[in-house]
Design a protein around this ligand. Structure first.
Ligand SMILES: Nc1ncnc2c1ncn2[C@@H]1O[C@H](COP(=O)(O)OP(=O)(O)OP(=O)(O)O)[C@@H](O)[C@H]1O
Length: 603
């Protein structure tokens, strides 16, 4: 109950923040809607009693005018209610969505995004951005229902007190059943979360351009469609079961309530026949029974809707109130420009308690102003180490120190401001070419000269100027630009290597940062481009700190220091020549690659 009240006040405050005036208008209209049927019933009773009386009929005209006026306003009220409700809906969902994603931004690491239950909750939270207004709607429905029920019950009580009590008692089982059903439905939505996300996953694979090649070549469409349908059928089965249960329970309750009304009607008619009640009383009785039943149904429905929406809104509030995934420093320290270097001190890391150790006591010093290369087998933990440097996760044990300051002691934004990176799995945004570079530093979004310089350094400037709309060309075939609304579109897809150069340009836009991380920056580049990029990098980064990961050992041989990661530790460390002399893993990998090139050259 306390939880429900917290959610209720959360939803009400959200609606009030988003649209206070519309809310006020909506509430006023709701109150009017609630008293309207009772008002009409009373006016009708007076009119009939007046007509059935001996006369003179001096109030007849006023009663007719009053009936007409109330009827007219009553006719307008639903339209006004609908308009206000839709507008409230729009404003509240915008505000709720904004608050939800502002909260998601607080998760500055990656671990939350790797928790399936977080995705289930986030999906429900996204769907419930319209919940606050539905809650207000349902609460208004409860208020309206209470007013109308009270009005009609009062009227009914004037005619028959026992019958009023019976009508009221009959509503109790209905309320209990509806509340249970509402809770079941909300619980089912939560249980179906994974099923619905799988279904969405398969339908995305069937429709997005990234998967289209493999789906077609491997003939996966039927297989994916089958799995998508199976997920939907699973959800349908569970929903159908609940629907059937709802149907039977409601049918039984409605039948009982109809029998009750019929009994009341028979009593009223026989009482009128015996002259115990007037014709106006019979009219009032009929109106009251119909009104009470309708209003009680509405009231019970509104209570159960409120209960359902409150449970669903709980997911939204849970996301909003979740603790940050990376604890913010209690007393944040200022991160100075890197002077000495970054030290990984006995760093142990695993992705969760259930995952195996990836790093098992890494000790490494990345000196400021130097270039370090990190090599090792697939899965050795190189990218993991990079993610720890960016503080996407905290080390499970040990620490990473920036000029002696633990990364956990500085605000994460400050740390990332001092870095630039090209990740192994870099993003291709469905933006224009300019925007694809500008995301590296949004402050440069309107600085064409800076964007072009970065593109030139990455060797992609000519490619971009040759595009149909130059740097303004949309790099997607999924969307049209504003100017292309009536054309087939000139959006372009770049080649793998061209995308990679664009990712490099994005990183070069931040070339002035203290640390540049390049995780496989040239995997998709041709030999000449790779050579160009590395030469450019050396020029650009002279005197600056960089960490390069590459399986192409020819690209790392010029690094000031090369670290070899193996079995979760730094197994070898030194310059290229030293490592060759040491005749360890690096020497073996380098010789293997070099002999491969030689063989290729000989054939
Ligand atoms: N988000 C994650 N959750 C769980 N395990 C992960 C995650 N990311 C990577 N791993 C595991 O951590 C280990 C190290 O992966 P990592 O990507 O750091 O290797 P790598 O050295 O960069 O490999 P490669 O050379 O293939 O890029 C692998 O066994 C991988 O399965």
């Amino acid at each position: 109950m306390a939880d429900a009240l917290v959610r209720l006040s959360g939803a009400a405050r959200l609606v009030h923040r988003a649209a206070p005036l519309h809310l006020l208008g909506y509430l006023a209209n709701t109150v009017f809607g609630a008293v309207l049927p009772v008002l009409l019933a009373w006016l009708l009773k007076y009119l009939l009693d007046e007509l059935a009386g001996p006369g003179p009929y001096q109030d007849l005209v006023w009663l007719a005018v009053a009936l007409g006026a109330v009827g007219l306003v009553g006719a307008l009220s639903p339209h006004l209610g609908e308009y206000l409700s839709t507008e409230l809906d729009r404003r509240v969902s915008l505000s709720a969505q904004n608050e939800l994603f502002t909260a998601v931004e607080r998760f500055t690491g990656l671990s939350r995004f790797e928790e399936p239950t977080f995705h289930d909750r986030l999906r429900l939270a996204q769907r419930t951005t319209t919940s606050p207004i539905r809650i207000v709607d349902a609460v208004c429905g409860v208020g309206r229902g209470v007013l109308t029920v009270a009005g009609f019950l009062g009227s009914l009580a004037v005619i028959s007190l026992p019958f009023t009590a019976i009508m009221l008692l009959a509503a109790v089982p209905m309320l209990v059943v509806e509340l249970r059903l509402a809770r079941r439905r909300a619980a089912l939505q939560w249980r179906l979360g994974p099923t619905e996300r799988w279904e969405q996953f398969y339908s995305d694979l069937l429709s997005n351009t990234y998967a289209a090649k493999e789906v077609r070549l491997f003939g996966l469409a039927g297989f994916l469609r089958g799995r998508m349908n199976a997920e939907q059928q699973t959800a349908n089965r569970a929903l159908r079961q609940l629907d059937k249960r709802e149907f039977w329970l409601r049918a039984v309750l409605s039948a009982l309530s109809a029998l009750l009304s019929a009994g009341g009607l028979i009593w009223a008619i026989t009482a009128a026949g015996r002259g115990q009640v007037t014709v106006g009383d019979v009219s009032m009785f009929v109106a009251s029974i119909a009104g009470v039943q309708l209003a009680l149904n509405g009231l019970v429905g509104a209570i159960s809707n409120t209960s359902y929406e409150l449970v669903m809104f709980g997911h939204y509030m849970t996301v909003l109130r979740a603790e940050p995934d990376l604890p913010p420093p209690a007393r944040p320290r200022v991160l100075p420009p890197l002077e000495h270097g970054i030290e990984l001190r006995n760093v142990w890391f695993r992705y969760s308690d259930g995952h195996p150790w990836v790093l098992r006591g890494v000790n490494l010093f990345i000196p400021s102003g130097g270039s370090m290369a990190l090599v090792g087998h697939n899965g050795a933990g190189k990218s993991t180490l990079v993610k720890l440097l960016c503080r996407f996760y905290d080390p499970t044990r040990g620490a990473i120190l920036w000029d002696g300051i633990d990364l956990r002691e500085v605000p994460v934004d400050e740390l990332r401001e001092r870095m630039s990176a090209v990740f192994q799995d870099f993003m291709n945004y469905d933006f224009s070419a300019s925007d694809n570079i500008a995301v590296g530093d949004l402050a440069a979004a309107d600085d064409q000269e800076r964007l072009e310089t970065a593109a030139k350094w990455a060797g992609v400037h000519e490619t971009l100027t040759d595009l149909p709309a130059g740097y303004g060309t949309l790099l997607t075939r999924m969307f049209l630009s504003e100017s292309e609304k009536h054309e087939t579109g000139t959006g372009v897809m770049l080649s793998g290597g061209q995308w990679q150069r664009l990712a490099l340009a994005r990183a070069f836009l931040r070339a002035d940062r203290d640390l540049m991380i390049l995780d496989e920056p040239s995997a998709g580049l041709d030999a000449e481009a790779e050579h160009d990029v590395h030469t450019r990098l050396r020029q650009l980064r002279t005197g600056a700190t960089s960490l390069l990961i590459s399986h192409r050992l020819g690209a790392v041989r010029d690094a000031d220091l090369i670290a070899v990661l193996s079995d979760g530790v730094v197994a070898e460390l030194g310059r290229h020549a030293d490592l060759l002399d040491a005749n360890g893993l690096y020497a073996r990998l380098f010789t293997l690659q070099a002999s491969g090139y030689q063989l290729q050259g000989e054939t």
